[in-house]
Write a new protein. Structure first.
Length: 91
């Protein structure tokens, strides 16, 4: 059975938001998702540019213990606005 990929919204500062659950997503959660075979698709907030591979690189760097640089995932108060501004919005 194929599951639909999880849709994520990524901000310039590296914050990742899941509009389906209405919350921010931590790198550790995404590492766990990948290890269990869960798929995802990520889009840049505001531009809707697909950035799945960029986020995957950040996740892999974190899983390997490498610094994730300026794109590291951190808290952002405005993340909740994603569900109304991204092209796919809240389902």
């Amino acid at each position: 059975m194929t599951r639909t990929p999880r849709l994520l919204c990524r901000y310039d500062d590296g914050t990742v938001y899941d509009p389906d659950t209405g919350r921010l997503v931590a790198l550790g959660e995404l590492v766990h998702d990948l290890r269990t075979g869960r798929r995802f698709a990520a889009y840049e907030h505001g531009t809707d540019t697909e950035c799945t591979y960029r986020l995957l690189a950040e996740i892999l760097a974190a899983a390997l213990g490498l610094p994730t640089g300026p794109g590291r995932i951190q808290q952002r108060r405005a993340a909740a606005a994603c569900c109304t501004e991204c092209r796919w919005g809240r389902r």
